[in-house]
Design a protein around this ligand. Sequence first.
Ligand code: IPM
Ligand code: MN
Length: 357
Amino acid sequence: MKKHILVVPGDGIGAEVTAVGKQVLEVIAQKFGHEFTYDEALIGHVAIEATGSPLPEETLTKMKSADAVLFGAVGHPKYDNDPSAKVRPEQGLLQMRKELGLYANLRPIKLFDELLEASSIKPEILRGADILFFRELTGDVYFGKRERLEEGNTAYDTMIYSKYEVERIVRKAFEAARTRSKRLCSVDKANVLESSRLWREVVQAIAPEYPDVTVEHQFIDAAAMLLIKDPKRFDVVVTGNLFGDILTDEASQIAGSMGMLASASVGDSTGVYEPIHGSAHDITGKGVANPLASVLSVALLLEISFGLKAEAEAVISAVDAVLKGGYRTRDIADADTPADKVLGTNQMGEQVLAQLA
Ligand code: IPM
Ligand code: MN
């Protein structure tokens, strides 16, 4: 199979982890006889520094013509404490999602057995947890009208959804539920928000098309509580952009670390695959970032954009084997991990490559 992959490292640890992801792609291509070609492009803070724009036109053009995008992270601490900055790295990410029509963000929460102890949740509560989140990604308060009024002393953001936006993500979630345990939980705040009442209405209207899937509705506050109390009660979860952002960071603790979670953003155009973690400037350049979220993003890329299931499984098995071998990056190590098994980013990458080869 011939495919063209655009690597977009972005900011902070993005460069370190996507470098490992790309090596995994190269080994997979060799091993399975594929021909992958690569290009690179800028986004976020590094793009602002180089071009003045967080999403240069050239990057967008390259994204549209690629078969898939392997993405790192965006963000820079400089902007976090400067709310007045007009141009921000995150704008690049949001514009990319909008321009590529990436309305469905899939975030699988898979707990590798070896990491049961890495979570702050009790192992008996966690064992067997396996959740697939569908986070809507191009609507909601992320894209609604926002403004400052009263000489800057009042501000508002608009939480807005149209029926078709809810329908298309909810359908994707129903389809996925069909291939799993046939349970779908829709999360909203319909007891307060009008946009959530529309959301729930749409889910209820679509449900009869999937009589084999059991649907449950939860309010976001209760869902956040239940996720920690009893993660196994969830299988496929569908929710809006903001609630999905928050719930999936919380759910990362089920998998032991943010450093373990991959995501796929798909929709109308090229799929984008990225860790759910951010740019992590506190550890940038130290060589200690966990590259496994990027490696697992590669697995999603291979399966979803290229339909290469065996290749995706090979990547996941390699990660599993490395963890079984006792190797850990700092974020997933604990007091019992021998010092010589606590690896840096590249060493962890080398272990995965060795398993694959
Ligand atoms: C994510 C991130 C982004 C989001 C930020 C960086 C804008 O947290 O991809 O989850 O909120 O969507
Ligand atoms: Mn987030």
